[in-house]
Design a binder for this molecule. Sequence first.
Ligand SMILES: Nc1ncnc2c1ncn2[C@@H]1O[C@H](COP(=O)(O)OP(=O)(O)OP(=O)(O)O)[C@@H](O)[C@H]1O
Length: 942
Amino acid sequence: MASEERILVSVRLRPVNAREAERGDGSDWECAGPTTLMFHGNIPERAMFPASYTYDRVFNPECSTRQVYEEGAKQVALSVLSGINSSIFAYGQTSSGKTYTMVGITERSMADIYDYIDKHPEREFVLKFSAMEIYNEAVRDLLRPDATQLRLLDDPEKGTVVEKLTEETLRDKGHLLELLAVCEAQRQIGETAMNETSSRSHQILRLTIESSAKQFMGRGKSSTLLACVNFVDLAGSERASQTQSAGVRLKEGSHINRSLLTLGKVIRQLSKGRNGHIPYRDSKLTRILQSSLGGNARTAIICTMSPAHSHIEQSRNTLLFANCAKNVVTDAKVNVVMSDKVLLKHLQREIARLENELKFPRPTSCSNYAEALREKDELIKQLEGQLKELMEQKDTVQSQLDNFRRVTSDGNFNDHATRQWDQSNRSSESLPCSASEDTLSFDTYSDVYEEQDDLGSKGFDVSHVYNDYHHDVYHQKVDEHPMSSLHQPRNHISNRTQMYQPNRETSPEVPKEHCKEVQCIKINEFRRSRSDEEKHGENITYTSEGAIKLYTCDSEPSSDTEKTNNDESLVLKRCVISSRDSVLTRSRSCRASFMVIPNSWFDDSADMRMTPPGDILKYPHRRLEKVRRSMYSENGHCQNDLTLDCPVVSGKVASDMVIDKNTCNEEDGYANNKFSCITKVKEKQEDYCTSQLEGNQDNVTAEILDMKHAKNIDKDIFVANIDSPSRWPINFEKKQKEIIELWHECNVSIVHRTYFFLLFKGVKADNIYLEVEHRRLSFIHSSFIAGCEPNVTVTSSLRNLRHERDMLYKQMLRRLHLLERESLYSKWGIDLNSKQRRLQLSRRIWTQTDMEHVRESAALVIKLVEHLEKGQAIKEMFGLSFTLNQRAIRRPFSWEEEAAALQTLATWQCGWRLRPRSCGAWRRRAHQYASWRRHLRRKRRQ
Ligand SMILES: Nc1ncnc2c1ncn2[C@@H]1O[C@H](COP(=O)(O)OP(=O)(O)OP(=O)(O)O)[C@@H](O)[C@H]1O
């Protein structure tokens, strides 16, 4: 265990000797404490030198050698007993007291060492003594009588060794003293002017102590401490002028000064650190003492100096040397000598460790670093890939979010419009109760169409004005869609009517979908028809007879007309067809329910309370209670009738009423029984329709018969919705196949097919959409067959389809990479070497009706039109493209076309004719459709 420590440096002032005192050579130095030496002399160059010097210990002339030993050498000297090499130096000018000091320190050290040995009998000590001197740069063995010069050898372990140096093993303390005496006798001493017994050589006494514990005995079996302590009495630097040496003495002095100069250099260099070159080899003194100077040894230097003023220069040199020496760091450690067995074991362990390292090299080699770098590079690539994917996903989500926002802004418009309708509704509700239902509402709804015309004439886009039933579908499906919350509320009545309200300040930014509602039509069909007949009799000559009959039936006295003294009764007339009204028509009930079945009826999750506040029919429960009471008081029966007709106006009202009757009167009672009540409503409505068909055939109009004969779809829809869930998958597949075939037959828009196919995947709630689509397609198909629909000819539909394929053809280049296109060509059996491959591919899309082809077509089309049709696709789909004019693929519908479609649908569904006094296009379409209807009826009668 090595530990760094500095050389212990002390300065000892000897007393002024007799000679100096005789000359009056007074002392310029004073010890200002245990560590500080002060200069009091008065010399010209004083300013160039410091006045005080600090060392580890400063001994004044009165200090005894014992004290010097105790405080400046003992600790270092006795380190040898602990296995640490140590050296005690005496450095100073000639006649400064080096020998005087070292003799005392050596004797006391030896004494203490032996004392220690005596006090530690448990250990066995082996002391060896050797002595040498360096005289005129020659090494001599002081224990030999001859003056043979010894060589210095460099040993890799021990460092510099003196060849053939006598090393006496000490028997005891007396033996040591004898040897010391021999050395003293052997040492070169000469007389100079300054010192009668001047040492002319550097003397090195070395005591080597080897100790081991006696307990574990013996030698070769346990560890042994081995260290040596050097007592070095240097020859004093001298000036020839002062020593008055000549001849031999001068030569000796020259060697002495030269070796001391080297020692000074080494010490000075060591004081600066061990980085530079240390000139150990410049003298035999420094070579031999190399380990003691900054090596594995503790070192103490005692600088002796004469206090005489005449030696000021030499004294300063000594102090400068001391200054350097105190900065030298040594690296002393305990020197342990292992026994053979211990050494053998130690070496065996070391060999095993090295072998293990060779077998299993540590992963710090260059190859390992390279491999680790490669792994990190791969990891970075993976992370970059993931980051890229995340960014793409983020862009996609951002795009969707933008769409949501656009839809939200649309929904806001609806809310705004709903509020407008609400306000107007309130005014409507506050109308005189005596007014008949028909006359009351006629003007309002006649204005509706004028308003719509105005909108169109103003350039407002009222495209996608689809039938109300489809709008129900739209809302229902959209509510299921994740974006449902962003769409307008379900109450179609308020939404539908709001856009026809006489708010002529309507913003031109009215979205298309906001103009699609015409629910108001059916609500007031009877009222408006009657007024229409009265006011525009000349214009209704071509309307269906059924409609006229309806008006006639409707005009029969009813309790409604008698009970118009309050709002509730008015609403009742609006909302329901009373039991007496209900005798008029089964078809009306069916028709009404078909048209306005609340979406929530088919949606368990839907909340009946969702009716917007602005709904004309959203009466407070208290008010509904009044209505109910008034009905009961008047009819006292037929809650079924009431229930059956309620859907005409609002699912909310209907459900409220049903619950009020069937479950409880509590305000919130209906919620839990919502679905069961709805089912009952449907069942009862079917029963009611059936009974009405049987018992009131005379009152059924031709329109209703048409509807019944057509497919009795209303009933189908209800039946489908209460159909067994287990049969639904089968029914779905069957219906889906039929629809696909009809699409093919009717040349329906490819985009429409795609969106429809992809969106409706067989959930039970999809049934209604499939029914509607099936019905629509059946209608178009029958139109094709009959050839009576001028707007939907095979030729025009094919032309539109071709335009659509052209659009897809163009989109391929934009949406698909070359590799993707080539892959598709191969997949779709298109020769890669053929020409116009994209065109070929576009011509093959949606050309077959097998499911695999349909799926692939849908997947391809959705990829091509994904962004192009975004926003419009939903409208297309839920509007079910019932505009019959497939030119929408190429350009948006004009309002006239939409209006025409509206006319067509309304007439088709309701058998109810719109007033053809609007714009020319609307009128023409209405006429055309009416003609077609008459043609159909004639054919059926035949
Ligand atoms: N501290 C001291 N107290 C009393 N006398 C001293 C002291 N130091 C030295 N002396 C005396 O000074 C004289 C010279 O001392 P010493 O020989 O030890 O000097 P030195 O440094 O060894 O000289 P050199 O280098 O020439 O050998 C001796 O007679 C010695 O007794």
